[in-house]
Design a protein around this ligand. Structure first.
Ligand SMILES: Cc1cc2nc3c(=O)[nH]c(=O)nc-3n(C[C@H](O)[C@H](O)[C@H](O)COP(=O)(O)OP(=O)(O)OC[C@H]3O[C@@H](n4cnc5c(N)ncnc54)[C@H](O)[C@@H]3O)c2cc1C
Length: 237
């Protein structure tokens, strides 16, 4: 029997070149590597960072390429400081000169032409939502709803902010009324739902009930309430 060929994407070694606080809970970490010089990226692609749990176990965490400067081999990763996971910790502590390892870019989202686009998600999806909004053609209207804690999480992006305030993150209840009542323009538009996995699946049903075709809704789970992502928690190979 022949041995199956396992193709692994290469690991890139990068250096943190800059950090800046975008909000009290979102920090932009810029990493640079020769491997990203001249790279061609699709909107909202991401990298899989190699990180360590406090126990020392190696894990991966995915972060969207918020902005890139291929002439310099630089990627900006906007990391939400939500708590105490390895990703959040890296976002809080990364400093210029640190080494970073990642695989990617990865992500297969294709922006198809449509008469309108509707985007929704939580703050972990803000880098992706902003990148998609920038990439959509100017003659295709787009509207985005982003759930955040409160006004301190807001940045200068053309989205409608929805505040969860004291409610815990990770449920559909803050975005649901907006998606239920937003006046959908005529024609077969496209929707993009990115955030906590089960919340986004629940919101898909809201849009389907309004007549948006199943295949016209892109759903991506970015995190899982109450537990680290099982796949992301596999050690890097
Ligand atoms: C394709 C893709 C792109 C992504 N891009 C970004 C990005 O650009 N910026 C970004 O900040 N995140 C992004 N994420 C989400 C990020 O990978 C997850 O939030 C990840 O779980 C963070 O890892 P952690 O080590 O901090 O927490 P984990 O160890 O995974 O989880 C620890 C605890 O924190 C909770 N938790 C995890 N994420 C969140 C959250 N967002 N809000 C509240 N609680 C949370 C978990 O439920 C768990 O209880 C992306 C995910 C995917 C799949």
């Amino acid at each position: 029997m022949s041995t199956p060929i396992v193709r692994r994407s290469p690991t890139h070694r990068a250096t943190v070149t800059a950090t800046v606080g975008l909000t009290p809970r979102m920090r932009r970490i810029t990493v640079a590597t020769e491997a990203m010089r001249g790279v061609s990226l699709r909107p909202a692609q991401d990298v899989e960072l190699h990180l360590r749990e406090e126990s020392g176990r190696r894990v991966k965490r995915r972060y969207t390429i918020a902005r890139a400067r291929p002439d310099l081999g630089e990627l900006d990763l906007d990391v939400l400081l939500h708590g105490d996971g390895p990703g959040s910790r890296w976002g809080a502590t990364a400093a210029p000169g640190d080494e970073a390892e990642f695989q990617g870019p990865r992500g297969k989202l294709e922006l198809r032409p449509a008469p309108w686009h509707l985007l929704a998600g939580d703050e972990s999806a803000l880098p992706a939502i902003a990148a998609i909004l920038r990439a959509l053609p100017a003659d295709e209207p787009a509207h985005a709803f982003v759930e955040v804690t409160d006004a301190t999480d807001e940045v200068a992006e053309p989205v409608t902010w929805l505040h969860r305030r004291d409610a815990p993150p990770g449920g559909p209840d803050v975005l649901e009324p907006a998606l239920s009542t937003f006046p959908l323009p005529a024609g077969d538009g496209r929707a993009y739902l990115m955030g906590e996995t089960r919340a986004m699946v629940a919101l898909r049903a809201v849009l389907e009930a309004r007549g948006v075709a199943h295949d016209s809704i892109f759903v991506k789970g970015y995190w899982n309430l109450g537990r680290p992502d099982r796949l992301a928690n596999r050690p890097p190979r």
